[in-house]
Design a protein around this ligand. Sequence first.
Ligand code: ADP
Ligand code: MG
Length: 245
Amino acid sequence: MALVELRNVSKIYRLGDEEIRALDDVTLDIEEGEFISIIGPSGSGKSTLMHILGCLDSPTKGTIKLDGLMIQDASARQLATIRNRKLGFVFQFFNLLPKLNVVQNVELPMIYSGIPGKERRLRAMAALEAVDLANRARHRPSQLSGGQQQRAAIARALVNNPRLIFADEPTGNLDSHTGDAILSLFRKLSQQGRTIVLVTHDPEIAAVTPRRIEIRDGRIAVKVDMALAGLARQAAPTSQAAAPA
Ligand code: ADP
Ligand code: MG
């Protein structure tokens, strides 16, 4: 069983008489431990796909199974619990709360999941250590550089030990040097066994992940999947031999 199993998922928006197929019959598996990018031009459906994978939105048609749970029928409240317990999110603009300091920001997901104060602080500090930001724990977000803010946001995404981490254009608001450091951090987390889905419009960023899903007009266009490509090459001669002369 894959960690995520998306089957024939469509998302249709209706604006007056117009129907927009933001996703059109998408089928996709994500295995535990994968580091994968979703790439495509603006308007192709990347964010819609991430929102459905991330239980932020429900499909119009099709099914989604996450960590063994069928979630297309879940209520908004159930989706919120699944997100809090199983998923971590990193966004382009960091989305840290300006009035809280760094360690308080990192503690937030654990407040929602009811973890006691002392343990919260210990785990938040451990997450900050993991992203090399423990020495800024008492700073406000506005006192940090962009790269440091994004590392705080990554610590917040890690702190509930999620099954899957989503990052939507996580380097989009950073200079290229700082962006590279953030990509290195994701690579390190991947090597530690985290499952990570990176959403980007930039082929150079997608190039860091072993697997890429390209999306165009709401459909999966090219799946660069090394294992499947190898299987297809092996299967080709056999199927020719089996064909009637
Ligand atoms: P991307 O993230 O690749 O830029 P999106 O997933 O945001 O693309 O959008 C895919 C398509 O769905 C676009 O045509 C967009 O205009 C449309 N769309 C996205 N969200 C909505 C919405 N809430 N209402 C109507 N149309 C939407
Ligand atoms: Mg988008």
